[in-house]
Design a protein around this ligand. Structure first.
Ligand SMILES: [Zn+2]
Length: 263
């Protein structure tokens, strides 16, 4: 395997819409497939049959039901290797992984490195390969996950870490929340021309029934208020809203996250 480049092309990473706004990401290479966070087995099954694929691996970012709900059924039928966070008792998990672990999907000629990115949950992980990030519910376009167990400080640190990845890294998030997130982003940072251009683009994509994902690290650094808690435009708005000037980026992030919870 070539360590420098991902073998999987973006055309071979397919979004499977599930529930109201989830995406189950399917990776294909030849006759083999892997899926990320299969909350619904039937959705995956239909895609495997439509494309004539064999499921060899499941990657789980965290333990929430809408991400793991299909695992038992898919595992019983296909016997894939099931990777997921070591700290959770997820039924069907066969490979418990954490920070720095390598996930080798030999049948897909693809490998990932596990990043521990707590905050949405305390044990949330991401799968990273050059140019590709499966971010689960940690980083969305124009937003980030809610705090369901982890702390604002943890989520802030995790997002700061993801922001350090190369700008052209494609971010495959698990939910189509982009337009709602952008409405908050416009309030949190009133002046941001790049963000306004992204709104226009996303409205067109959604009107055409297409996903707004993947996004990229470079785009998110430019438009996502949760990655811009050092920016004067965000700091000023947070100060005006909370009545207190945040002392640092982490405090600004925490105030922004609280604000978004009730937006
Ligand atoms: Zn979740």
């Amino acid at each position: 395997m070539d360590d420098q480049h991902s073998k999987i092309r973006s055309a071979d990473i397919i979004p499977l819409p599930a529930f109201r706004d989830n995406y189950i990401w399917l990776l294909r290479h030849g006759p083999c497939a892997a899926v990320v966070d299969p909350g619904d087995a039937a959705v995956v099954e239909a895609a495997l049959q439509a494309h004539g694929l064999r499921l060899v691996a499941i990657l789980l970012t965290h333990h929430h039901d809408d991400h793991i709900g299909g695992v038992a059924e898919l595992a019983a039928r296909h016997h894939p290797v099931v990777f997921g966070p070591a700290g959770e008792n997820i039924p069907g998990l066969t490979r418990r992984v954490g920070e720095g672990d390598e996930v080798a999907l030999n049948a897909l000629e693809q490998r990932f490195t596990v990043l521990a990115i707590p905050g949405h949950t305390t044990t949330h992980i991401a799968y990273h390969a050059p140019g590709i990030l499966f971010a689960g519910d940690t980083l969305f376009s124009a937003g980030c996950g809610r705090l369901f167990g982890g702390t604002a400080a943890q989520l802030h640190a995790s997002l700061q870490r993801l922001a350090q990845l190369p700008g052209d890294t494609a971010v495959y998030a698990a939910h189509e929340y982009t337009l709602a997130n952008l409405a908050f982003a416009r309030t949190a940072e009133p002046s941001n021309p790049a963000r306004d251009a992204w709104i226009v683009e996303c409205e067109a994509l959604r009107a055409a029934g297409r996903p707004t994902l993947p996004t990229s690290i470079a785009r998110e650094c430019g438009i996502n208020p949760f990655l811009r808690t050092d920016s004067p435009g965000v700091i000023d708005t947070v100060t005006a809203h909370s009545g207190q000037r945040p002392a640092n980026s982490a405090e600004c992030f925490a105030a922004l996250r609280r604000w978004k919870d009730v937006f």
